[in-house]
Design a protein around this ligand. Structure first.
Ligand SMILES: N[C@@H](Cc1ccc(O)cc1)C(=O)O
Length: 524
């Protein structure tokens, strides 16, 4: 498939592997979906269906086809009710609650489930795969409530909303419009699917919701590494900090590659300060001096996170699996999302630590006890009006609140297994809760980053006005970045509400608006 760090224009589902970038490009509507025409792939899919049909005819006993589900495995379904069983599965799981997934998130879920079904272990028909693929072409996304999965019988309840949409039940979004699924299918000229015996189980019995959410989280975490690195560089300059903390020789002596790269990026941002530059202190406080050691942990874990997420993304995480080579049905527990759960729990901890780092950097910048000659709360008001102006005081309070909430949400979800479903599912992953927490922590941390962008830009303008830093001492990248920020953030001389600016900057961060360092540099 595509190279990991390039945006594809078409993502093809078939025998090939998908990358996180493929999923996110589809989710964000930057790529089209296609189902492979490859003869081997189509034959493999056909073989699975044919084998299941024969198995049912010749042996007449298959889990989830002629039995009840889960703990109800001992219940035998008589042949005349076998065809009705899949619709029961999708319907009794139609009990999701909570917020609805966004359209991009729902698209990511569709993509991840389609990828898994294409691995050829689930015994679904090519018609099912074609219809899922057609959802992309017609911009149809199931409306999926995000709560109700324990992440270890797969994401049964949220994925039931995909099964329902395919058969023309419940609601979908289509080109920005909320419609009953049957109406949307009709509008698109598509026929609702009649689910074959194992197909509802195949759609629902997997880890695709948590995996999709973590693909989105991964891309955001990657950008967070970069933006927090740039913020650190600007905070260091604005505080008259010491560039020597980022010397390559230091990082060769403790050579975690991600950490070294973050340090090198900060060092290159500070390179133009020049020999005449005098730092205010020999050693800066840890939120400056140890920034590579905080951001670097996330940077160093990203390759592992990628490997784990992409293994899950390209896996058959259904049960039972159909081995078409040996013509056997394999009963297992691949719907268990333990790996994704751990990535989500781990990633959210590392992200919240970056929120905390930036919160501490802001504390240094706004406080005249630490900021080496900048005004209180970085207010740019002239002296006679300084008594009524409070600059970034409330923004700092907001940052404290967002940081506290991010830190609070780092409670691991994966250790809170509950035995459920009459003790059949007596150990579960809670990976979907972990993934949702991770996204919430990201959102809060991106808000902190937005506030820090206002802070460092304000501090830099003040320094340039003071003349304690000159424009020549900023490298081209830093100067261009500050100019770009200046178009989004007006200088704060008189107090004004900053909500609009904050929201705008949060959206900019979400869109990875500023190209920072080299693409994908938070990883390799
Ligand atoms: N995940 C279960 C199947 C299942 C499906 C739906 C349920 O409600 C419960 C269990 C298995 O494969 O064993």
């Amino acid at each position: 498939m595509t190279n990991n760090n390039k945006t594809p224009s078409t993502v093809t589902f078939g025998n090939n592997r998908l990358s996180i970038e493929d999923v996110v490009a589809l989710a964000e509507g930057r790529a089209k979906a296609a189902l492979s025409d490859d003869a081997d792939f189509r034959q493999r899919i056909a073989k699975g269906v044919d084998f299941l049909d024969r198995e049912l005819r010749d042996h007449g006993h298959i889990y989830g086809v002629t039995t009840g589900y889960g703990d109800s495995v001992l219940r035998r379904v008589p042949p005349h009710l076998v065809d009705e069983l899949p619709l029961h599965l999708s319907r009794f799981h139609g009990c999701g609650l909570g917020a609805e997934l966004s359209v991009p998130a729902s698209r990511a879920v569709l993509a991840v489930r389609l990828a898994s079904l294409c691995s050829g272990y689930s015994g679904v028909s090519i018609e099912l795969l074609e219809l899922l693929n057609a959802f992309f072409a017609h911009d149809i996304t199931p409306i999926i409530p995000e709560e109700g999965s324990v992440g270890a019988s797969g994401d049964l309840t949220p994925l039931s909303y995909i099964a329902a949409a395919l058969v023309g039940e419940r609601e979908v979004m289509m080109g920005g419009e909320r419609l009953p699924a049957d109406a949307a299918l009709q509008k698109a000229g598509l026929q609702p699917l009649t689910l074959r015996p194992k197909e509802a189980l195949a759609i629902m019995n997997g880890t695709s919701v948590m995996t999709a959410l973590m693909c989105q989280a991964f891309m955001r975490a990657q950008y967070l590494c970069q933006i927090s690195t740039r913020i650190t560089a600007l905070a260091t300059i604005a505080l008259h900090g010491n560039p020597a903390h980022f010397d390559a020789r230091l990082f060769a002596a403790k050579p975690h590659p991600g950490q070294a790269r973050i340090a090198a990026n900060i060092a290159s941002d500070l390179a133009m300060l020049g020999d005449g530059y005098q730092p205010a202190r020999l050693q800066d406080r840890y939120s400056i001096r140890c920034a590579p050691h905080v951001i670097g942990v996330l940077a160093d874990m990203m390759p592992t996170f990628r490997t784990t997420l992409e293994t899950e993304l390209n896996s058959a995480n259904d049960n039972p699996l159909i081995d078409i080579e040996d013509e056997t049905i394999l009963h297992g527990g691949h719907f268990y999302g333990g790996h994704v759960a751990f990535v989500a729990d781990g990633m959210k901890t590392l992200i919240a630590n970056i929120a905390d780092l930036m919160d501490r950097q802001m504390a240094l910048l706004v406080d005249t006890k630490f900021n080496h000659g900048l005004p209180s709360n970085l207010s740019g008001s002239s002296t006679d009006r300084a008594s009524i102006n409070h600059g970034l005081k409330a923004v700092q309070i907001g940052v404290s609140a967002w940081t506290a909430e991010a830190l609070k949400n780092t409670m691991p979800a994966s250790v809170f297994s509950r035995s459920t479903e009459c003790h059949n599912q007596d150990k579960v992953s809670m990976g979907t809760i972990a993934a949702r927490d991770c996204l919430r922590v990201l959102q809060l941390t991106e808000q902190v980053a937005a506030a820090l962008l206002i802070t460092v830009r304000q501090a830099m303008v003040l320094r340039l006005e003071q003349g304690s830093i000159t424009r020549d001492q900023l490298g081209d990248d830093i100067a261009a970045f500050l100019d770009d920020l200046g178009r989004d953030i007006a200088f704060i001389d008189e107090d004004r509400p900053l909500e609009g600016t904050l929201r705008h900057l949060v959206a900019r961060i979400g869109a990875r608006h500023w190209p920072l360092y080299s693409e994908g540099s938070a990883e390799k």
